[in-house]
Write a protein that binds this ligand. Structure first.
Ligand SMILES: NC(=O)c1ccc[n+]([C@@H]2O[C@H](COP(=O)([O-])OP(=O)(O)OC[C@H]3O[C@@H](n4cnc5c(N)ncnc54)[C@H](OP(=O)(O)O)[C@@H]3O)[C@@H](O)[C@H]2O)c1
Length: 214
């Protein structure tokens, strides 16, 4: 499958490597053409990776990943051209973090709204699934930890899109768990803050959540 990734940070690159390692083709997009991070990453990954703009990534992707600065993700989709997202599975990995008050960050959007809901409102024809937002990039692909596969919570309005994402998660070594419709982004984004604050407390940057049931 062709995967378009909006975001040249650690998340875009980590997920890009995961998709390449599992047989997909990836276009990593930045705001501007010729972005050095995107170009160097693509060159290092080989012929199935390429670099471009947000718009090129969104047009190219049969599945699109949003991995931009969380507070800028809606702006990124506008730059990419909302029509390019119509009907597609759009994986939203972002968190609307506000670091202006120090560490740990707070959420710039919370309460009765969330970043995931804003993305879905901005892209009403896209099938948005929030996932991979509650773990550090080092564990996003093949998270090998004692105790077996960790849990990746995901949410979204489209059952088929969530099933597609669950299949990818399982193939990558996760135990996917459905957290409900896109409104549950409110909880998943808050979970990111819990992940970050517990990671920092004791320097545990290789950690992931696990749901246990009888
Ligand atoms: N880092 C992690 O381990 C981790 C884990 C889970 C979730 N997340 C979430 O994943 C997202 C990506 O995190 P990251 O650390 O990989 O990267 P990041 O530094 O948060 O974001 C980098 C990307 O955001 C784009 N960007 C920055 N300002 C922008 C603006 N004003 N308008 C549009 N695009 C803008 C950049 O575009 P250019 O390429 O053009 O510079 C770049 O592609 C964040 O929302 C974060 O909360 C991060």
């Amino acid at each position: 499958m062709k995967i378009g990734i909006l975001g040249t940070g650690d998340v875009g690159k980590a997920l890009g490597r995961g998709f390449l390692a599992t047989g997909h083709e990836v276009l990593l997009g930045a705001r501007e053409a010729g972005n050095a991070k995107a170009r160097e990453w693509a060159e290092a990954q080989g012929p199935k990776a390429r670099a471009g703009t947000f718009a090129e990534a969104a047009e190219y992707g049969e599945l699109i990943v949003l991995a931009t600065l969380g507070t800028a993700v809606v702006e990124a989709t506008k730059l990419a051209g909302p029509a390019h997202f119509a009907g597609k599975v759009v994986v939203d990995t972002t968190n609307p973090l506000d670091l202006s008050k120090g560490f740990p960050p707070t959420l710039a959007v919370s309460g009765e709204d969330s970043g995931g809901e804003r993305v879905q409102r901005a892209l009403p024809d896209a099938r948005v699934v929030k996932a991979w937002n509650s773990v550090g990039n080092a564990l996003m692909f093949r998270p090998e930890l004692p105790g077996g596969p960790p849990t990746m919570f995901r949410c979204g309005n489209d059952a088929e899109a969530k099933a597609t994402v669950a299949g990818i998660l399982e193939a990558w070594g996760w135990s996917p768990m459905d957290a409900g419709d896109i409104r549950s982004s409110r909880y998943l984004e808050a979970l990111c803050i819990l992940w970050v604050s517990t990671a920092a407390r004791g320097n545990h940057w290789l950690q992931a959540f696990k749901m246990l049931r009888p």
